[in-house]
Design a protein around this ligand. Structure first.
Ligand SMILES: [Zn+2]
Length: 471
């Protein structure tokens, strides 16, 4: 097999000087994805354990060689460029003519409709075209920014997704070239990642550069669209997840068909799966309770009105719920998804009753009770007591059951009454711990910017799972 390969499939460096046990034969495409177990699907890669020799087999991790080779190629290509100007250093001047009525432009042999945005009595003509890369260059007068690190994920994104917005350019009357002044990242991503010979562009015809500069400056500062709020993203993800379930059921021809989360989230990474399940659990909570709407702050602004940060909410869900896709069917009695939401809602009810109700009062922010509530929910404090609480509840249940619990606490049959009573006891001890009401400690917690600082306060004040579960 060696004879036809002389270089490593991944890094393309020679295999000479590598002994047979320093070379691995990898599936170029994953066998698991249905690719054949044939000789042609195997390729040699460096796999030396010597420190000064390559181990491409190890560094590719779980990726297939073909994926990892492409990633290396892109990284290498990007390393060599600082912007579109390096890929398209000097545009070939375009040959073009415009009809007297300004409704058609014929450019480099293609006739295209011209559009006009008339603003303040002035014409602004433009056209849309897939422009060959040889005809474009970076606009040094307007586009000054170098490539940003976000280019890398964009390259990978555009390898599997459609590009929604075109690049923007202008046809310069003097040089007759198309100069790209906005969307160079997209252009670079398409050229490097997809080897595209053309770039989708909106091109303005002979615009005034100083005016364009002002418009672009304003667009990137004053009128920048608000980033999506985390809560909106969660809602969106939950929607997508629900739609996927519907689509799956449609496909199998039964509106109530059972499914596994693996079916629905097939192909998603672990991190994406986590996000989908997190979002769907939060959406389920919202059907049963107003806790999230009432107490979780969606942005900095609403932190004054609501005690819990969105990221803390997500942390809580992540602590108590299972965020891996379940392989059991949706109607399997051992699939505890709906019990899980009930159990989590029970915990949220207690947090509300013991920590928020009659305490949180945004209109009376100087009150002692408000300050107490604020202290519970400072990010660092909340992060720590969530951990201590999870530990205590689990410990109590394990003692009661006489068996270890391996799954997240809420992922089990709905808590029976006596378990609930025990949990309430533990949670009351948590919120009634003397440390919360001491002003010096409140101030210490308010200033803490790392979880470990509050962790040390808890240690010093004996707030741990032993204290919480002591009868
Ligand atoms: Zn190699």
């Amino acid at each position: 097999m060696r004879r036809k390969h002389t270089v490593c499939y991944i890094c393309l460096d020679p295999l000479e000087n590598y002994t047979p046990d320093e070379i691995e034969y990898d599936h170029i495409y994953n066998y698991a994805d249905g690719h054949p177990q044939e000789l042609s699907n195997f390729a040699p890669v460096h796999a030396s354990s010597e420190p000064n020799k390559a181990n491409c087999h190890k560094s590719k991790g779980k990726k297939s060689p073909v994926e990892y080779r492409e990633e290396l190629r892109i990284l290498k290509a990007l390393k060599a460029i600082t912007g579109l100007k390096d890929l398209c250093p000097k545009a070939v001047p375009s040959v073009y003519s415009i009809t007297p009525r300004f409704d058609t432009i014929t450019i480099n042999g293609t006739a295209l409709p011209l559009y006009n945005q008339r603003v303040g009595g002035k014409d602004n003509h433009y056209f849309f075209h897939e422009v060959e890369t040889k005809f474009i260059e970076n606009d040094d007068e307007i586009q000054l920014r170098p490539l940003e690190p976000k280019i890398l994920p964009l390259v990978f994104n555009l390898k599997r997704s459609v590009q929604l917005l075109p690049t923007l350019g202008r046809l310069d009357a003097e040089s007759k070239t198309i100069k790209v002044f906005d969307g160079q990242h997209k252009a670079v991503a398409q050229i490097v990642g997809n080897n595209r010979p053309t770039i989708p562009c909106i091109v303005f015809v002979h615009p005034s550069v100083p005016e364009l500069r002002v418009v672009i400056y304003e667009a990137h500062t004053d009128f920048v669209q608000q980033r999506y709020k985390k809560s909106h993203i969660d809602a969106k993800l939950a929607d997508i997840y629900r739609q996927r379930i519907e689509a799956y059921r449609k496909q199998v021809g039964d509106p109530n068909a059972r499914f596994t989360e693996g079916d629905i989230l097939k192909g998603e990474s672990k991190a994406e799966t986590r996000k989908f399940l997190m979002a769907s659990i939060i959406a389920e909570i919202n059907l049963d309770r107003s806790f999230v709407r009432d107490f979780a702050a969606e942005d900095r602004q609403s932190q004054k009105r609501k005690p819990i940060l969105w990221q803390s909410l997500e942390r809580l869900v992540g602590k108590f719920c299972k965020l891996d896709a379940i392989s059991k069917y949706s109607d399997d009695p051992d699939n505890y998804r709906s019990d899980e939401v009930d159990n989590l809602c029970f915990l949220l009810d207690q947090i509300e009753a013991l920590g928020i109700k009659d305490k949180w009062s945004a209109d009376n922010a100087d009150s002692q009770l408000h300050k107490l509530c604020r202290t519970y929910f400072y990010k660092t404090a909340f992060n720590r007591w969530i951990d201590v609480l999870a530990e205590a509840l689990k410990f109590a249940l394990e003692q009661r059951n006489g068996a270890k619990i391996y799954e997240p606490l809420c992922f089990q049959k709905a808590f029976p009454g006596d378990t609930k009573a025990r949990f309430i006891q533990i949670m009351r001890k948590l919120f009634d711990h003397p440390l919360w009401v001491q002003e010096p400690i409140q101030d210490e917690i308010a200033k803490a910017n790392q979880d470990i600082v509050v962790g040390n306060i808890f240690k010093r004040e004996n707030l741990d799972y032993i204290y919480l579960t002591k009868l």
